[in-house]
Ligand binder design. Structure first.
Ligand SMILES: Cc1cc2nc3c(=O)[nH]c(=O)nc-3n(C[C@H](O)[C@H](O)[C@H](O)COP(=O)(O)OP(=O)(O)OC[C@H]3O[C@@H](n4cnc5c(N)ncnc54)[C@H](O)[C@@H]3O)c2cc1C
Ligand code: SF4
Length: 335
């Protein structure tokens, strides 16, 4: 590991000042320390411990929206009984991440900002496009874990399960940039990775994720993922869905997929198609067709298309059957 300075920040503004141009924020350290030990990122010259920042470890429960601080751990999301009740999809996504030990220290901010898992990127001696090189080695190499969609030559997909679930829940990340708080949808948070090969997300150097705001308008949510291993693994494909379900009919439906695009993959035509529909096998199948219509499989990842199709169908059907969630207009539990 290269030498670096270390400081603990006690306010967001001082964290920003300390990190300056060449530092990095340290939260749970699960991703960052691996990047440093493997010499995968240049610098940083200072690690700024953000775990003592006040107010960012809380879950605030409002009527119209909930706010999840950037320092809330994945385990806290998993074990909070009200999250399980109100946002079951978020609970399910959190409980699938890594292992209990990692979830105990991994934070929401660090999960959203984690770097690519592409095995070429993670190999210290490979200088691929993402590290400023000239070639994407995965495109014509080992691409079984890679994207079905991308707007640039890098085909490394977003792997944040929380990012995918927050996208379906229409959540907003509040980020401290240049002394001001800006609001980014999950699409905004990852859009730069869709268009620019060197980006992992749209955060500019020094941007600090403060919290994530989730509207409570959707009373049902669900999440499913398929991984090579049952636990302790990232998803091959993940799917999150959320909607308001009243009298069996969907409104404001959103479906987002992880691990198939550099952004949580959403198709507005599918969301519009589902609006007002009652969930049945035919409807969810048509929605899956729309979501995957423009997929461009590579030599080794074509298996992701039927896998994603099945996950979309199953996740959407979970919205119908879920006994959890709050449904103001009709008694709880009615499909
Ligand atoms: C075996 C294994 C399996 C895993 N499976 C999954 C999975 O299925 N799904 C999934 O989503 N994740 C998975 N993970 C990843 C894990 O969830 C992340 O590594 C973890 O959430 C990172 O959080 P952290 O707090 O430790 O971040 P850190 O390592 O501290 O930081 C990660 C990055 O985020 C930056 N950062 C941290 N906090 C902020 C902030 N507030 N604002 C801006 N930037 C910030 C850091 O500078 C760094 O670049 C897995 C990890 C392992 C080891
Ligand atoms: S997919 Fe992206 S990270 Fe992986 S080798 Fe290609 S350019 Fe590098």
């Amino acid at each position: 590991m290269k030498a670096f300075a270390y400081a603990t920040a006690f306010s967001p503004d001082s964290a920003r000042e300390l990190v300056a141009d060449h530092g990095a924020y340290l939260a749970g350290g699960n991703d960052l320390l691996g990047l440093l030990k493997d010499y995968l990122i240049p610098g940083p010259n200072i690690l700024v411990n953000v775990k003592s920042l006040p107010g960012l470890s809380q879950i605030k429960r409002g009527e119209k929206s909930w706010t999840i601080g950037a320092l809330v751990t994945v385990a806290e999301l998993e074990h909070d009984p009200e999250i399980k009740e109100i946002f079951p999809g978020l609970h399910d996504a959190a409980s699938e991440i890594a292992s209990p030990q990692i979830r105990n220290v991994a934070t929401v901010g660090g999960n959203l900002a984690q770097h690519s898992r592409c095995w070429y990127y993670r190999q210290r001696d490979v200088l691929c496009l993402k590290k400023g090189g000239e070639l994407c080695y995965a495109r014509h190499g080992e691409n079984r874990y890679h994207s079905l969609f991308s707007g640039n030559d890098c085909i490394s997909p977003v792997v944040s399960s929380l990012g995918t679930t927050f996208a379906a829940l229409d959540a907003t990340a509040i980020v401290l940039r240049d002394g001001k708080e800006i609001r980014l949808s999950m699409t905004d948070l990852y859009q730069k990775a869709f268009t620019e090969p060197t980006a992992h997300n749209s955060l500019a150097p020094g941007d600090l994720i403060l919290r994530v705001e989730i509207p409570t308008t959707r009373n049902r949510s669900a999440y499913l993922q398929v991984s090579d291993k049952h636990t302790f693994d990232w998803a091959l494909v993940s799917c999150a869905a959320a909607a308001s379900v009243t009298g069996g009919k969907l409104s404001q439906p959103r479906v987002a997929l992880g691990s198939i695009s550099p952004v949580p993959h959403q198709v507005e035509a599918a969301n519009s198609f589902l609006d007002g529909k009652t969930l049945d096998d035919d409807t969810v199948s048509q929605a899956a067709d729309l979501i995957l219509k423009d997929a461009k499989p590579l030599q080794h990842n074509a298996y992701k298309v039927p896998m994603a199709h099945a996950l979309i169908r199953r996740t959407l059907l979970k919205l119908k059957g879920s006994p959890r969630g709050v449904e103001p207009a009709t008694p709880r539990g009615e499909p």
